[in-house]
Design a binder for this molecule. Structure first.
Ligand code: ATP
Ligand code: MG
Length: 189
């Protein structure tokens, strides 16, 4: 079973590419952003807590996020593979993922990093905001999210590099071409 981390800034295309990979390989997809938005929609306690952070463009605390991830993962059951989208976002989360998979006699197969310049990300997210209905897709929150990404999440690139698992991928141009680049890496894992 493959455990694939799809990594990149907000708006880098993690969700779009994950859907294509699910279709092609039959993998299951864990998007922590989608999980949190589901909780908000259902008005749960967790959703209320999460909303306060998301609306400011901040990250949900690690301890909470790590619990959510483990619960979501264990609910998946047997499958060809899992795509982790939006997790890990901090070094403690990456360490927790490693430990969680270890305990289940498994490991991250590879980390695929979608690289997109900031100006392009801002443009994509502002455009997405026109139809996504997402409260965090507005210019002010987008800038906060990018700052959080550069400060707290991007150091993970080096972390996975040291683990020998990082694969950098050009994340702009034609969606199908980006997908082909990802598939090439996945097929070799
Ligand atoms: P993309 O557009 O590439 O899918 P994104 O940053 O727009 O990425 P999500 O991954 O959906 O969006 O995350 C939305 C918000 O949910 C984040 O800004 C953050 O507040 C919260 N969140 C999601 N995953 C995590 C996580 N692993 N740790 C902490 N907070 C998280
Ligand atoms: Mg997403």
């Amino acid at each position: 079973m493959k455990n694939i981390v799809i990594f990149g800034a907000p708006g880098s295309g993690k969700g779009t590419q994950s859907d294509l990979l699910v279709e092609k390989y039959g993998f299951k997809h864990i998007s922590t952003g989608d999980v949190l938005r589901g909780e908000i929609k259902n008005g749960t306690e967790l959703g209320k807590t999460a909303k306060a952070y998301i609306d400011k463009g901040q990250l949900i605390p690690d301890s909470l996020m790590i619990d959510i991830l483990a619960t979501t993962y264990d609910a998946l059951g047997n499958c060809e593979g899992v795509i982790f989208d939006g997790f890990p976002r901090t070094i403690p989360q990456a360490e927790a993922l490693k430990e969680m998979l270890n305990e289940r006699n498994s490991e991250v197969s590879g980390m695929l990093e979608l690289q997109v310049p900031d100006e392009m990300l801002i443009e994509r997210l502002i455009n997405r905001g026109k139809t996504s209905g997402r409260a965090d897709d507005n210019e002010e929150t987008i800038k906060a999210r990018l700052e959080v990404y550069h400060n707290q999440t991007s150091p993970l690139a080096e972390w996975y590099e040291k683990e020998g698992k990082r694969h950098a991928i050009k994340g702009y141009g034609d969606i199908a071409e980006i997908n082909a680049r990802l598939c090439e890496v996945i097929d070799a894992l």
